[in-house]
Design a protein. Structure first.
Length: 573
């Protein structure tokens, strides 16, 4: 009986111990669950606030108003202005701190005992104008048994005005296979490289607009700026990227000499499959893959998973954060199809000029060497004085000439204006333009030329610009392009011989090409200074592309005043 009682007592003790252990595990599981729920609430707060910011930028402040304390100015406008006041010294943070309404702001899931509360820190930690921090505190549970988690998000406001002239801007894709430098400079400050820091600046953007559009960098060209793709980015050459890489889909760095000196952000995966190096951070919504023993990331990685051929800690200089859903990289603005790409109003420009003036038929210059001048008085040809080009004044005060086609060959020289009689000329050409052979095309110093065409533009010999600058300030104080080619030609579905814009030859090109429906092929050995916009763009020559930052001032219409810009979620942690 004693033995039985001892066994029963031992069993009772074991049972009580097991029950206590089960209760402890249950409480731990419950606490963990509530902690996860609280974290979800904190993330929901950031999501709700971001969606409200986006709606505000489109002119709808209804959602944002429930977060912001009541004031006269629209809430989106107040946040933007306070954020721009942030200079890293806490002044912007102090201005922001009082904007968010105190108290819980509710729950995206509308569940009982679940809420989040937002706050702007009084001392902002981001040392960059236009960026600001939002802290979301999520809570789950009731009474004194309530879990609390915190999520910190970094936002920024993009430019108030659309800047379509940012460098190599395409609708459907960009291919860089050349070896020349791609960078930016400010023509208003002086010629390229004068002063010395007016070169290799990082203001250029190589970008796309359409969902799935690809940027390919397969040559040796170093890019001193950002590469932004609404699809994938493939870097398989030996060129370096001295800016940030941003893509809505995957980023593949496969070239042996690829070095990215900025950050890499991807809505998909980021793969470093070669011995290349990312000197900044990698933030991916999918996987980060280090597929080569010599692959290197000097910064940190935030991704859903990190794969490596060896221990990733040995290949990453910063921290590695594995998070469900990845880094939460925001998508770049995009359109669903090429039909929705920004046409930059080229058809309206062409139609407007096409309906003015008097047509002069086809102009073909060739044969013996001579200089033919076209100015506000018409055409002056010493060999053929009877040749006429009718010039009238356009509705915007420019000299306007209309042609059926333009061909320049032989050793003839066509000059727009003269140093003694400069002219601001619009040349409307309904058919093809072919400038090649041994002839030359010159824009005299002080003159400007806008070529508006519905035909192909083939430049084989180059256009010499007397001012040696792609832009200048006119007599009214407005920024204008010295040379611009505006094309409505649509070459989609046509062969290589029907490309809309071809720039070849060894001469430098100073100006702007706006051809939203055409492929723009840059294949010469001369340098191109200015800006390019095309349906697709390929850069395959040995000459460099130097974006004139002045073209960024040629912004189109502002976005709606209520929003005053576009918000972007930079990071969340």
């Amino acid at each position: 009986m004693v033995i039985v009682l001892v066994l029963m007592l031992s069993t009772a003790v074991l049972s009580l111990s097991a029950m206590q252990s089960s209760l402890l595990n249950e409480r731990l599981a419950g606490n963990f669950r509530e902690s996860v729920q609280a974290y979800n609430e904190a993330e929901a707060g950031i999501t709700d606030f971001y969606q409200a910011l986006v709606a505000s930028s489109d002119g709808d402040d209804a959602e944002l108003s429930r977060f912001i304390a009541s004031e006269a100015a629209p809430p989106g406008h107040r946040i933007r202005e306070a954020a721009r006041a942030n200079n890293g010294l806490g002044q912007g943070g102090a201005a922001l701190a009082g904007l968010i309404r105190p108290g819980p702001h509710g729950s995206a899931s509308k569940r009982e005992n679940a809420s989040y509360q937002l706050a702007f820190p009084a001392q902002q930690s981001v040392d960059a104008a236009g960026q600001f921090v939002v802290v979301s505190t999520g809570r789950f549970g009731s009474g004194d048994h309530q879990a609390e988690r915190e999520v910190i998000a970094i936002f920024e406001w993009t430019s108030e005005r659309r800047r379509p002239f940012g460098g190599l801007m395409s609708c459907e894709g960009v291919s860089v296979t050349g070896s020349g430098i791609i960078d930016s400079y400010d023509a208003g400050a002086g010629p390229y490289g004068t002063p010395a820091d007016n070169a290799r600046r990082s203001g250029v953007v190589v970008g796309t607009q359409t969902d799935g559009a690809q940027v390919q960098v397969t040559g040796a060209s170093p890019i001193y700026g950002d590469v932004r793709s609404t699809g994938t980015i493939e870097a398989t050459g030996s060129g370096s990227i001295h800016g940030n890489v941003l893509a809505n889909a995957d980023v593949n760095l496969r070239g042996g000499g690829v070095h990215v000196y900025g950050d890499v952000e991807s809505g998909g995966d980021v793969a470093v499959s070669s011995s290349g190096t990312v000197h900044g951070d990698i933030r991916a919504n999918g996987r980060a893959k280090l597929g080569n023993w010599s692959s290197r990331v000097n910064g940190s990685i935030v991704a859903e998973h990190v794969d490596s051929v060896r221990d990733p800690d040995d290949q990453v200089g910063g921290t590695i954060t594995r998070r469900e859903g990845g880094a939460g990289v925001s998508r770049l603005p995009s359109v669903a199809s090429s039909a929705e790409c920004d046409s930059l109003n080229v058809q309206e420009i062409y139609d407007g000029y096409r309906n003015q003036g008097v047509g002069s038929g086809a102009l073909q210059l060739g044969g013996q060497g001579r200089t033919v001048i076209l100015d506000d008085r018409g055409l002056s040809d010493p060999v053929n004085p009877e040749a006429e080009v009718f010039v009238s004044e356009s509705s915007d005060g420019l000299s306007l000439a209309r042609l059926d086609s333009l061909t320049l060959g032989g050793s003839a020289n066509l000059q727009i204006g003269s140093p003694e009689r400069p002219v601001d000329m619009v040349l409307v050409v309904d058919g093809p333009i072919s400038l090649g052979g041994g002839g030359s095309f010159r824009i005299a110093g002080g003159s400007t030329l806008r070529i508006v065409t519905s035909g192909q533009f083939d430049l084989g010999s180059g256009i010499s610009v007397g001012d040696r600058s792609p832009s200048k300030i006119d007599e009214n104080g407005d920024l204008v392009a010295v040379l611009s080619v505006v094309s409505t030609y649509d070459d989609q579905g046509r062969g290589g011989q029907h490309q809309g814009v071809r720039i070849r030859g060894a001469s430098d090109f100073y100006g702007q090409v706006i051809a939203p429906f055409s492929h723009v092929d840059i294949a010469g050995s001369g340098n191109l200074y200015g800006a390019l916009n095309g349906r697709t763009i390929s850069v395959s020559g040995s000459g460099g592309f130097h974006y004139d930052e002045s073209f960024g001032e040629l912004a189109l219409e502002p976005v709606q005043e209520a929003g005053g810009g576009r918000p972007r979620l930079v990071n969340i942690y």
